[in-house]
Ligand binder design. Structure first.
Ligand SMILES: [Zn+2]
Length: 85
């Protein structure tokens, strides 16, 4: 009986960790978007993005356009990785 209680405790703890991670993820995806004012390049896949695109992320006051939501998410997860200095 004790063992079952322990297992439940572990499952509960894991669920807590997972939901905490999920919350952090949600906070990170809260990004500022804008309309791309000039043609640009998707920093993730280097595809050309035309002005007027709204799949964008404003990072350090620069608007980056993306070809898809998945590229956008990839960028948001680690913007510095895709920005050339
Ligand atoms: Zn892309």
């Amino acid at each position: 009986m004790k063992k079952l209680g322990l297992t439940l405790l572990i499952v509960f703890a894991c669920a807590q960790i997972l939901s905490a991670n999920h919350y952090t993820e949600l906070k990170q995806t809260k990004v500022v978007t804008d309309t791309l004012k000039a043609d640009g390049i998707d920093p993730v896949c280097t595809m050309k993005i035309k002005a007027g695109n709204t799949k964008t992320v404003v990072f350090n006051k620069v608007t980056y356009g993306f070809c898809s939501e998945s590229c956008k998410k990839t960028f948001v997860a680690d913007p510095k990785k895709y920005i050339k200095k």
